[in-house]
Design a protein around this ligand. Structure first.
Ligand SMILES: [Zn+2]
Length: 392
């Protein structure tokens, strides 16, 4: 479609008369390897954008463009969606991760009843789409352990926070690690479900090193709920003492519970757990970083493309790695229904990355190193059809 056809098609109620603009397209991304798992595409294509939307994905798009990006030798993917970040915690967070190609994010629990207005405002002010999960504890991620006193998990206050920002809060978060929740992990999770239920929202749990076993925790999760930090080591991870995947974990996935990477920096990711689980076929549904504004200094995270690259090293096909960071993530939340795709008419959010060959060290949360031979690097991001400011 050219500009005129596209604008006419997308504004059917308006009478389309000539003289729309001199250029046929606002932006054309030329000659990249377009990997869009939402439509099963992996081929060299041009991507044309009009009025902030994808207008065409074809070989050799002709016609004038107001702006052109030469993407030859690069990967052109739907904008990345990171479902476990803390991008709303500081004002500049959203802008920093946009430079890494993250055109959509979920802040996983920086918000709580006591600060929901501030976090929702930060999400609203973000250049890209940002949404938040509200921590079931009114004090949120607290150094003294936000569920040690179960009275902080106040269902009424959490529901009030959701109701006040119904457009921005898309789920509830509960952190269940022993030094956060003590013996209250199951009760904290029950209250998170109670808070989410009237709104039909998912709950995301932060698993690993909990008091209760995974079997008891998983029993409280419903279809669409999300387990983050899925490769956290024992006690009470997804593997038994002999390193075998618990049958309850596979059963939870079969009934629609989502397993998310949640890379993080501390106690959430250990190579031997990742390797044992993936050897048994237990791969992530979604990749995510547990990103903060300091993540570039954290060798385990650096940026989302670095975290994605760990799974290239582990043998996940590249298109699947990109699916885990785009369309799979978008499917979890209605707010992201039109994201994670380069389909015609979708918002023109695009991540341009380079897959470099070389020797790269990948770090878990325990200073464990693995060496890979390919790594994705963020090159440019396009947000609503416009180039995002480049990384400094
Ligand atoms: Zn987190």
């Amino acid at each position: 479609m050219n500009r005129r056809q596209f604008l006419c098609a997308s504004a059917a109620s308006f009478v389309c008369v000539g003289n729309l603009s001199a250029a046929t397209y606002d932006l054309v991304i030329k000659g990249g390897r377009v990997i869009d798992p939402s439509v099963g595409l992996d081929a060299v294509r041009d991507v044309a954008i009009v009025a902030g939307k994808i207008a065409a994905v074809e070989t050799d798009i002709r016609g004038d463009a107001a702006d052109t990006i030469d993407a030859r030798g690069k990967i052109v993917a739907p904008g990345l969606i990171d479902i476990h970040t803390h991008a709303a915690r500081v004002a500049e967070g959203a802008r920093i991760c946009l430079q890494d190609g993250v055109t959509g994010w979920v802040d996983g629990g920086s918000a709580r009843a006591d600060n929901i207005d501030q976090i929702a405002a930060a999400a609203r002010a973000a250049p890209q789409i940002g949404r938040v999960l509200v921590n079931i504890s009114r004090t949120g991620n607290a150094p003294d352990g936000e569920l040690m006193d179960i009275n902080r998990a106040n269902v009424g206050l959490a529901r009030g926070a959701i109701a006040r920002h119904r457009d921005m809060v898309i789920g509830v978060k509960a952190r269940l690690t022993h030094d956060i929740a003590g013996t209250n992990d199951l009760e904290g999770l029950r209250r998170a479900q109670e808070a989410a239920a009237p709104f039909g929202l998912p709950v995301m749990i932060h698993m690993g090193q909990s008091f209760s076993p995974m079997r008891s925790i998983l029993a409280l999760l419903k279809r669409g709920d999300i387990v983050t930090h899925m490769y956290a080591p024992a006690p009470n991870g997804i593997l038994d003492d002999d390193g075998r995947l618990f049958p309850d974990v596979a059963a939870a996935r079969r009934r629609g519970v989502i397993f998310d990477l949640g890379n993080g920096g501390n106690r959430h990711l250990k190579w031997d757990v990742v390797e044992r689980a993936t050897r048994q076929g237990f791969w992530p549904d979604t990749l995510s970083t547990d990103w903060t504004a300091n993540s570039r200094e954290n060798p385990s995270v650096i940026d989302f493309p670095n975290v994605m690259s760990k799974f290239i090293m582990l043998g996940m096909p590249l298109a699947q790695v990109i699916a885990c960071a785009t369309v799979n993530a978008a499917r979890l939340f209605p707010a992201f229904d039109d994201r994670g795709t380069l389909n015609i008419g979708a918002p023109a959010d695009v991540a341009i990355m380079e897959l470099r060959e070389g020797t790269f060290e990948f770090v878990d949360n325990y200073k464990g190193m693995r060496t890979g031979h390919q790594r994705l690097f963020p090159i440019a991001a396009v947000l609503a059809g416009k180039r995002a400011p480049p990384r400094a």
